[in-house]
Design a protein around this ligand. Structure first.
Ligand SMILES: [Cu+2]
Length: 174
């Protein structure tokens, strides 16, 4: 009898594995509240896990860093194809309007903002295009932001081109 019961259990297991995906719509994979948060930090952008679904998507940007950041989304397969300026930042003026999916600008440290974008299926690049230069008035960016020990307070040491520092990543809309 014992052997028979085990066989029955094995058969049942096999059946439930085979049925998986068609019989059990309550599974978590297609939950409506799919994460769509991009995490910004010095110096990285981490896109949401997995593909986003095409259509209107409520995109969130969370600034986990200590400096202001932004999230710019452009439809492109390769970051190297983005036009750049002499300082290494992206020249957004040279990107065709049709390729610009949208952006969440001026996100202060610790803040999260959400914006609904209309995203057709395709490959996308997410980047931060902030450039902090010496012309950036001391008070404006909060004097204690640069804890790196290099902050001499004058000129070139403060020059941060966020895109060049690594604030760029890829994601796919399916
Ligand atoms: Cu940034």
């Amino acid at each position: 009898m014992k052997h028979l019961r085990l066989t029955a259990i094995a058969a049942a297991l096999t059946m439930s594995i085979a049925a998986c995906g068609s019989d059990k719509p309550a599974n978590t994979t297609s939950a409506p509240s799919k994460a769509t948060t991009f995490v910004l930090d010095e110096w990285s952008i981490v896109p949401p896990k997995g593909d986003l679904l095409a259509g209107k998507v409520a995109i969130s940007a969370s600034n986990n860093g200590k400096e202001p950041h932004e999230l710019v989304i452009v439809r492109a397969a390769d970051a190297a194809s983005l036009p750049t300026k002499a300082d290494g930042s992206v020249n957004e003026d040279k990107i065709p309007e049709a390729k610009k999916a949208g952006e969440i600008a001026d996100l202060a440290a610790g803040k999260t903002k959400t914006k609904t974008l209309n995203l057709p299926a395709g490959d996308y690049i997410a980047f931060c295009n902030i450039v902090e230069g010496k012309g950036n008035g001391g008070m404006g960016s909060g004097g204690m932001n640069d804890g790196s020990g290099m902050g001499m307070g004058s000129g070139t040491g403060m020059h941060h081109v966020h895109f060049k520092l690594g604030m760029v990543n890829y994601f796919t809309v399916a």
